[in-house]
Design a protein around this ligand. Structure first.
Ligand code: ATP
Ligand code: 3PG
Length: 400
């Protein structure tokens, strides 16, 4: 993969950078700015080299149309605060490739940074149709001279601003992408064993799909978070009002079968913290995992499970963790995530946390980044990398 240095002198060039600035946000309030901070070094490097830096990124899943709930405006503000000490000005365009963006690009000075509005406001970004995505990538490429891919968290997505634009412009991998790949390589090339993978979170269907391949790589898979309930249901238990992917039940039964036949252990929680509502002050109780009442939903793994997971992690030499064990944003449902995070800090070997929300969780719960071997900005991206899959956003960078 070419690096920014391979691009030569970028002074005066319009450099389009794909960053992953998809941070947890509530109204205008950014929860954890880890992904913004992780994007800063590449932007500083380019701006200091005299480039006109145009940043494109997404926030959430606005489904192809403008929606103020998903505006990147608060992110632009935060980025401005982070770049100000470097003497770098951050501007914001209120559309993606339209009049506002084009005008702002024209007005951009060397050493300045322009953030474009949420790339997913345009449905062509995520289109499955190559021509449609290509048309959008043409517009994006029209804004710039060269492309730098630095949004590691999205390199698993075959999307216009990640994949197609790299086909149209001279391109390089940014420092964040290179650093992430270097660490994750250590997990794929001969990891020290036992190798334990802990999975949780809410993007259930995305993550269920990675399990089959992970079963071929890891020695044990610990399952928490929203995924648990599809497993429990697949085992014949009722899960009340919990998050459930009905259409994945057969697939999950298949995973359980494969794990059994390969001698790989899938460890599920034995107790669950439930509440009648998805609310911070809802009365929480602990129930056995095989008897979740019909009027309750599971919002965290229970204390016995947290202890058992921590013990599994303590015995590992390599641990990768993606996805909170529960709704850690609410104190009553943060216990499982906290226990797993604590156990990771004590691993005698390599511990890696992956994912925007997982990273946010460990920081919110009071852990410091340097207590872990590595905190990856990629959730889905790091998981797919570990599966050994070809990631479109990385593969395309290897092309000329
Ligand atoms: N039992 C549960 N029910 C509902 N939501 C849950 C449950 N357990 C965890 N979550 C939610 O999962 C969310 C994080 O899931 P996600 O899969 O997005 O994690 P991630 O991979 O770290 O992040 P990203 O994919 O953004 O990098 C959190 O907001 C948390 O509240
Ligand atoms: O949060 C993430 O994992 C990345 O920003 C990618 O987001 P996506 O899962 O909505 O494509």
């Amino acid at each position: 993969m070419k690096t920014i240095d391979d691009l030569g002198d970028v002074a005066g060039l319009q450099v389009l950078v794909r960053s992953d600035l998809n941070v947890p946000i509530d109204g205008e309030k950014i929860g954890d700015d880890g992904r913004i901070r992780a994007s800063v070094p590449t932007l500083v490097k380019l701006a200091k080299a005299g480039a006109k830096v145009i940043v494109t990124a997404h926030l959430g899943r606005p489904k192809g149309e403008p929606n103020p709930k998903y505006t990147l405006a608060p992110v632009a503000k935060r980025l401005g605060e982070l770049l100000e000490p470097e003497g770098i000005t951050v501007k914001f365009a209120t559309d993606v490739t339209g009049d506002s963006a084009q005008e702002a690009v024209q007005l951009l000075d060397e050493g300045e940074v322009l953030l474009l509005e949420n790339i997913r406001y345009d449905a062509r970004e995520e289109s499955k149709d190559d021509a449609e995505r290509g048309g959008f990538a043409d517009e994006l490429a029209g804004l710039a001279d060269v492309f730098v891919s630095d949004g590691f968290g999205v390199v698993h997505r075959k999307q216009a601003s990640v994949y197609d634009v790299a086909k149209r412009l001279q391109h390089a991998a940014g420092g964040l992408v290179l650093a992430e790949v270097e660490v994750l390589k250590k997990l794929t090339e001969d990891p020290a064993r036992p190798y334990v993978v802990v999975l949780g979170g809410a993007k259930v269907s995305d993550k269920l799909a990675v399990i089959e391949n992970l079963l071929a790589k890891a020695d044990k898979l610990l399952i928490g978070g929203g995924m648990v309930f599809t497993f429990l249901k697949a085992q014949g238990h009722e899960v009340g009002k919990s998050l459930l992917e009905e259409d994945q039940l057969d697939t999950v039964k298949g995973y359980l079968e494969t794990a059994r036949s390969k001698g790989i252990e899938i460890v599920l929680p034995t107790d669950i913290v439930v509440a009648p509502e998805f609310k911070a002050d809802a009365p929480a109780t602990v129930v056995p995992a095989d008897s979740i009442p019909a009027d309750q939903l599971g919002l965290d793994i229970g204390p016995d499970s947290a202890k058992a997971f921590a013990a599994e992690i303590a015995g590992a030499k390599t641990v990768f963790w993606n996805g909170p064990m529960g709704v850690f944003e609410m104190a009553a449902f943060a216990g499982g995530t906290k226990a797993v995070a604590q156990a990771l800090t004590e691993v005698d070997g390599l511990s890696v946390v992956g994912g925007g929300d997982s990273a946010a969780a460990v920081r919110q719960l009071g852990f410091a980044d340097d207590q872990f071997g590595h905190i990856s900005t990629g959730g889905g991206a790091s998981l797919e990398y570990l599966e050994g899959k070809e990631l479109p956003g990385l593969a395309v960078l290897e092309e000329d």
